[in-house]
Design a protein around this ligand. Structure first.
Ligand SMILES: Cc1cc2nc3c(=O)[nH]c(=O)nc-3n(C[C@H](O)[C@H](O)[C@H](O)COP(=O)(O)OP(=O)(O)OC[C@H]3O[C@@H](n4cnc5c(N)ncnc54)[C@H](O)[C@@H]3O)c2cc1C
Ligand code: FES
Length: 361
């Protein structure tokens, strides 16, 4: 069993809420040790439809940490999609879901900031969590631009009106219906939010909507550090199906076979890596050249964040402070991120003798 599997959690479904005709929320009871930041997501194991042991899908938490000890995820059916329909068709009260602990970088850290939130369709889930937390714990203003196909597809319509009534001076919700106004263009988005260019922006939704919102923010001069986005993709890799024992002798291998297999591989060099994760400092000089940083840190029992383990989700992002690493794959960080020193731990192999990293950014 892989280390990620031993670190997975069991979540009991205590309520299922029909949000719209094609979206359901699942309320989950979690171990008391489990904490999360608004905007983070769970990685849920679903049975496989392809002969593999299982598959994994990410679902953002639509609950906010201050509300209750219960977690809530909200799943919108994707046409011909496997995992979302499996969740909506099969998960019932009393079931237990296997999940990786909450992770993700799409999260607000400055509770006092003014927030400009763009959500399209199911992209409302992390955005709602961020909005509720900011309203409850901060003092800033929140403007939410929320686009949907039509009236009936608006998830959390009544929760949003209740919030708007509770915070009339701090929250503005702008509903945009494609059935009424068409798909919002870059110019329209800019016109709606141009007076908010000092706010912290968060964007989540379907790809064309996100592209338009991010272009609008760029054209309005939002700097990179005040522009955050989350892409909803389906994981191709399966973090529940990693075989940690792959490099360890199995009980059926003889000592001779193990020595012969080791002798045929070039010896791994050891590198030094230091830094801090969750307040715990580390300094190790035995990071093997053929092991990705995430596996090395987990083996050292450090609480390095992760989800997909395949370069697709950005949960394992860290910053290089000194030295350099080679990334063997990367589907999520763009040139701006890389120039800024950001790297994915699940894809990093050591390159220089001494490497210093940070998970604080
Ligand atoms: C960080 C993160 C957070 C997320 N949060 C949420 C959330 O809060 N709520 C939510 O609803 N979703 C969320 N998602 C998206 C979610 O993880 C899934 O991607 C989504 O539910 C679709 O999964 P699926 O298995 O139903 O679709 P899939 O089966 O993965 O299919 C997706 C699309 O690809 C097409 N497709 C599938 N197989 C093929 C093929 N072989 N060839 C061509 N096309 C194909 C399907 O028709 C469908 O249109 C999140 C994703 C991420 C990464
Ligand atoms: S764990 Fe998903 S990109 Fe590394």
């Amino acid at each position: 069993m892989g280390s990620n599997v031993t670190e997975s959690v069991q979540l009991r479904v205590v309520d299922v809420i029909e949000e719209t005709s094609d979206a359901k929320s699942f309320v989950l009871e979690a171990p008391s040790s489990l904490s999360y930041r608004p905007g983070q997501f769970l990685t849920i194991e679903v049975p496989s439809n392809s002969g593999a042991k299982s598959a994994a899908r990410c679902y953002s938490l639509s609950s906010a940490p201050h509300e209750s000890d219960l977690l809530k995820i909200t799943v919108k059916r994707v046409r011909d999609g496997y995992g979302s329909n499996w969740m909506c068709d099969n998960v019932e009260v009393g079931h237990t879901l296997k999940a990786l602990p909450p992770s993700g970088q799409f999260t607000s850290r400055q509770v006092s900031s003014d927030l400009l939130l763009f959500a399209g369709g199911s992209g409302i889930t992390p955005v709602l969590s961020i909005a509720k937390s900011a309203l409850a714990n901060g003092a800033g203003d929140v403007v939410l631009f929320y686009a949907n196909r039509n009236d009936a597809s608006v998830i959390f319509a009544s929760e949003l009106s209740e919030l708007a009534a509770k915070y009339p001076d701090r929250l503005i919700v702008i509903h945009w219906l494609e059935s009424v106004q068409g798909i919002p263009t870059v110019t329209q988005l800019k016109n709606v939010v141009r007076h908010l260019s000092s706010y912290d922006a968060y964007v989540c939704g379907p790809a064309p909507f996100m592209a338009a919102a991010l272009t609008a923010l760029d054209q309005l001069g939002f700097p990179r550090e005040r522009k955050h986005h989350e892409r909803f993709i389906s994981l191709e890799g399966n973090p529940f199906d990693v075989d940690e024992a792959a490099h360890e002798p199995s009980s059926s291998e003889t000592v001779g076979e193990v020595i012969a297999s080791i002798a045929s591989e070039p010896p791994a060099r050891a590198f030094r890596v230091s830094g801090e994760i969750g307040g715990v400092s580390f300094d190790h000089d035995d990071w093997p050249s053929d092991q990705v940083l995430l596996d090395f840190l987990l083996k050292k029992k450090l609480a390095a964040p992760f989800s997909c383990r395949s370069g697709e989700c950005s949960s394992c992002t860290y910053r290089i402070v000194e030295g350099s690493v080679k990334m063997i794959g990367n589907d999520v960080l763009d040139d701006e991120d890389l120039n800024d020193g950001l790297r994915l731990a699940c894809q990093s192999l050591p390159e220089t003798d001494e490497i210093s990293i940070s998970y604080e950014f």
